[in-house]
Design a binder for this molecule. Structure first.
Ligand code: ARG
Length: 595
């Protein structure tokens, strides 16, 4: 379905043309003065310059023409030359009814040119527990993935594990100190390695921080870890076998954590998977004259004449031949092109990594790793801060483990839900259901709290505000959905089935406002996709939830005596619920049946 705002623009454009003006002045926007009108066109102001007359001479004519148009309830020319529009309630009801018939899509069409899009998000580092720094990548990436998918694209989400850096060498060396007799350290060993990992996840989680601490104090330890990393990268058998154990143990744990976040990856590839592509890629860059030695390292120049700041060369290999973060990212591009031939790769990583991505993208283009028309995008997100405005930490100043943080919020939510149930004397809720509901609502609180901010901005992680049932929060949205579900249930319990018929024209201003809000769904979704911006969806559902609650407070629904009117109300509720649920699903959370 064509977006309502575009249909209105078409009519206004036609009116401009009919009066002898250029149609380009007919662009319509949602009114920024909802007290005066619903839509507005300011084109007469600009047109007046071209046609050298007073703006209202034009706006008067356009308003006159539009007044005869069935699409509008009113079209007014307002000095100095604005055109204020109100849509006809009949036309609006028809549009919204058509949306309702279009189940699951609500007038939002899938793309006619599906692209293959790889979303690189999550980016956890194996053997290190997930911390809050990984939260944003997972939450935003999951939503961007779902937005692209909803629009009909072929989307592949890849976790892109960090499994190739110094942390691997650190773990190997620490493990060797703890268990020197393990066969993995015996260079002369040629047999098969055991299937069972020589450590558990909790051991692994203890090994890494210990090793990392030691490497900061002990030069020799650090040198040994660098050496082990190098040998691993050169393919030493025992270390490769250890790497797969580390991966297995770590990935099992990561999957559990991501599941709790309702985050799901299609691919569990890591940096190490790209290693086989490194030698040939490096050779090509040398052969074609892109890569050269500088201060012992192999580099590719990526600066451009138009740069306003200095963009240093992209380092391809360190002086000892070891791979770097940029090496693995470039080789991963080679791998992805070979495996999936994507039209677009989108990376979710901290905004502080933006230089890295500029270098990698330029290098990939310059050396021809991707077709010219492949889009490479870094969505850089801001920092999650505590209430003190500094990066989020535990009370004692340490790095906050994601698991603990979520546990804390779940507990907080459980308290609220239990209190809420008591106040409503809904005491029939079981402990199990209360816990499950708390988890669902807590996740919505965390995700909405994050996603409602523009990704690039820093934001304050304020548990109290995020978990509130009022205001611009996840729980408020869920509460609205739950309220609708409960009305629909009561309606059905009275023996009536949910209506399929078209909606009647709005009976009140609040009902019209709700319909207007619903009608913006398709345009909003397209915009959220174009901008890869989940916060657009949040802003939309907040407005929609407000419009619904405004309608709900002013309207008797279940006690409405006119059956036709009542069934139209119920239809409107169904559509509101379906759209809200579709939106939160795209954001990556869900609503309980009651709370
Ligand atoms: N593992 C990295 C980190 O923790 C994030 C990876 C982002 N993705 C990428 N292809 N570089 O910072």
């Amino acid at each position: 379905m064509k977006a309502l705002i575009d249909k209105i623009t078409d009519e206004v454009t036609a009116a401009f043309k009919e009066n002898g003006y250029d149609g380009k002045y007919g662009r319509v926007t949602v009114s920024n003065r909802p007290d005066l009108c619903e839509y507005q066109c300011n084109g007469a102001m600009a047109a007046a310059k071209e046609y050298k007359c007073a703006p209202f001479m034009i706006s008067d004519k356009i308003a006159e023409t539009l007044s005869g148009n069935a699409m509008f309830e009113s079209a007014e020319s307002v000095k100095p030359g604005f055109i204020n529009l109100k849509i006809s309630p009949e036309y609006l009801a028809e549009y919204v009814s058509e949306m309702k018939e279009d189940e699951g899509r609500f007038g939002c069409e899938k793309t006619k040119n599906p692209k293959t899009i790889i979303i690189d998000y999550g980016g956890p580092n194996v053997a290190k527990p997930l911390h809050v720094g990984h939260l944003r990548s997972a939450i935003i990436g999951e939503s961007v993935k779902r937005i692209c998918r909803y629009m009909g694209h072929n989307v592949i989400g890849d976790v892109h594990l960090g499994d190739w850096g110094l942390q691997m060498g650190l773990i190997i060396v620490e493990l060797k100190e703890r268990k020197p007799d393990l066969v993995y350290f015996d260079e002369n060993y040629t047999g098969e390695y055991p299937k069972e990992a020589p450590f558990t996840i909790s051991e692994l989680e203890d090994i890494y921080p210990t090793a990392s601490g030691k490497s900061k104090e002990d030069e020799n330890f650090k040198a040994a870890a660098l050496q082990a990393t190098h040998e691993l990268q050169q393919g030493r058998r025992g270390y490769q076998a250890l790497l797969s154990h580390i991966l297995n143990v770590s990935v099992t744990d990561l999957k559990r954590n991501y599941k709790n976040l309702n985050v799901e990856f299609d691919l569990w590839k890591g940096e190490s998977d790209a290693q086989p592509y490194v030698p040939e890629m490096v050779q090509m860059m040398k052969d074609k004259g892109y890569a050269y030695m500088s201060d012992g390292a192999l580099v590719v120049d990526v600066a451009e004449e138009t740069d306003s700041k200095e963009i240093p060369p992209c380092i391809i290999l360190k002086s000892d031949g070891a791979s770097l973060y940029s090496t693995t990212d470039l080789a991963t591009i080679v791998m992805r092109v070979k495996d999936y031939n994507p039209d677009s790769i989108i990376y979710l990583a901290d905004a502080r990594q933006s230089m890295h991505f500029i270098q990698v993208f330029r290098c990939a283009r310059k050396t021809g790793l991707v077709r010219d028309d492949v889009e490479l995008t870094h969505i850089g997100f801001g920092t999650m801060n505590g209430k003190d405005g500094k990066p989020f930490k535990t009370r004692d100043g340490g790095v906050m483990r994601l698991e603990y943080l979520l546990d804390e919020i779940n507990q907080e939510m459980l308290k609220k839900i239990t209190e809420n149930q008591k106040s409503k004397e809904n005491l029939d809720i079981s402990d199990e259901e209360a816990k499950e509901t708390a988890r669902t609502v807590a996740l919505a609180a965390v995700k909405y709290g994050d996603l409602s901010n523009q990704a690039s901005k820093d934001y304050v992680f304020d548990i109290e505000r995020f978990t509130s049932f009022e205001g611009n929060t996840g729980p408020y949205i869920l509460y609205t959905i739950v309220r609708i579900k409960s009305i629909l249930k009561k309606y059905e319990a009275s023996g009536q089935s949910l209506p399929k018929s078209a909606l009647l024209s709005a009976h009140s201003a609040s009902e019209k406002k709700l319909m207007l809000s619903l009608s913006g769904f398709n345009a909003m979704m397209e915009n959220a996709y174009e901008e890869k911006a989940p916060h657009r969806i949040c802003a939309y559902i907040y407005e929609l939830a407000n419009a619904f609650n405004g309608f709900y407070h002013e309207t008797k629904i279940l006690s409405e005596e006119n059956q036709k009117v009542q069934s139209s109300y119920i239809g409107l509720l169904m559509l509101t619920k379906d759209i809200l649920e579709t939106c939160i699903d795209v954001l990556g959370f869900s609503a309980p049946d009651r709370m």
